[in-house]
Design a protein around this ligand. Structure first.
Ligand code: XMP
Length: 333
């Protein structure tokens, strides 16, 4: 039997009861597969790896070692939430690595988007590899593979063309000799979310909008500087907060701020005030291949503009990107 094919008889997980049944089955399967051995997981804090972590903690407790690499390009509060949920609430065996300086030093003066992606992806693997080498007795590697990932790789193999040009930062070296544990590999994203809720993960983690592996690195446009990155993180947090208050987080697929490497002239407290523009991007899509613009109410745009320009050091304008995909991609880089 090919374990990478979802059987037609497999019921779609839409309710907490079905999720509980799935969780019980997976716990038994994982225990049978792993025995008393140790399992390693790269825990980004995204939906898939978080659900896998919570499931494995239930199944094998401290035999699971989670490694969270903070590349310094996370959104505000994200790494803190990983620590709070997994270390403090779920008592996970969590290794937290703050590699911010390593990443930002390597990215200094690098303006080309693809070079930035390569540096971030490559360094992520290096940091993770170094941590894995320090751990004794790991036999398994857990991954948050989900069914669309499997379908995409089958399609890519058949056509000879990779479907995605971007790879998630969680990509791991091919020479790692671990057996894989992939408990959600036959699930679609909506099912993973139902399972995550049944496992008790917070809605803010389970319902998260997609976030690119290179993180804020591809939204701090051009060569990244710490001051512009900080401004981006703060402005993005305000946008997210306001979308949540307005309930738009439930209807808009992806929304974020990008900040280009240009300054314009402004005025503050009657003095010349040069600053960056914060660009609001809010889109809806089904597959991220094409996207339409979410029409944000003007009153909300005014409120977000007022807050960002008042609260974030270095930003003196707020712009609203009205470009659908195509012709603009969702991310600016
Ligand atoms: P684009 O910008 O290509 O984005 O229209 C489509 C979707 O992919 C996400 N994206 C990435 N995800 N690594 C990722 O894991 C990347 O390098 C990357 N670049 C873009 C983007 O956020 C959107 O959801």
């Amino acid at each position: 039997m090919n374990t990478n094919v979802r059987p037609d008889s497999m019921e779609r997980i839409t309710t907490p009861e079905l999720a509980e049944k799935f969780i019980a089955e997976q716990i038994a399967e994982v225990r049978a597969q792993v025995g008393d051995k140790k399992v390693l997981l790269a825990l980004s804090g995204g939906v898939d790896s978080s659900v896998v972590a919570a499931l494995l903690i239930k199944a094998i407790g401290k035999q699971l070692v989670c490694v969270h690499v903070n590349h310094g390009l996370m959104r505000k509060g994200e790494s803190e939430q990983v620590i709070e949920v997994f270390r403090n609430q779920l008592d996970a065996n969590l290794v937290y690595i703050d590699a911010t300086d390593r990443f930002l030093d390597l990215l200094k003066d690098v303006a080309d988007p693809e070079k930035k992606r390569k540096i971030i992806g490559g360094e992520f693997i290096k940091v993770f590899d170094e941590e894995a080498a320090k751990l004794d007795g790991i036999s398994f590697l857990a991954q948050g593979t989900i069914y669309p990932d499997i379908l995409e790789s089958i399609k890519a193999e058949e056509s000879g063309k990779p479907v995605k040009s971007h790879h998630n930062v969680g990509g791991l070296p091919e020479d790692m000799q671990f057996e894989l544990v992939e408990p959600v590999k036959l699930l679609f994203k909506d099912e993973v979310r139902v399972v995550g809720k049944a496992l008790g993960l917070p809605a803010s983690m389970v319902d998260r909008q997609p976030f690119p592996g290179p993180g804020l690195g591809v939204r701090c446009l051009g060569a990244i500087t710490r001051d512009r990155l900080n401004a981006l993180r703060e402005a993005d947090a305000i946008l997210r907060e306001e979308f949540e208050i307005a309930g738009l987080n439930k209807t808009v697929w992806q929304y974020f701020i990008a900040i280009p490497d240009i300054k314009s002239v402004g005025v503050k407290d009657e003095l010349r005030y040069e600053g960056w523009p914060a660009i609001i991007r809010a889109i809806n899509t089904t597959d991220a291949m094409s996207a339409s613009i979410e029409e944000i109410p003007y009153a909300l745009l005014h409120k977000i503009t007022a807050r960002i320009t008042a609260e974030v050091e270095g930003i003196n304008r707020v712009l609203y990107d009205l470009t659908p995909k195509p012709v603009g991609t969702i991310e600016w880089e």
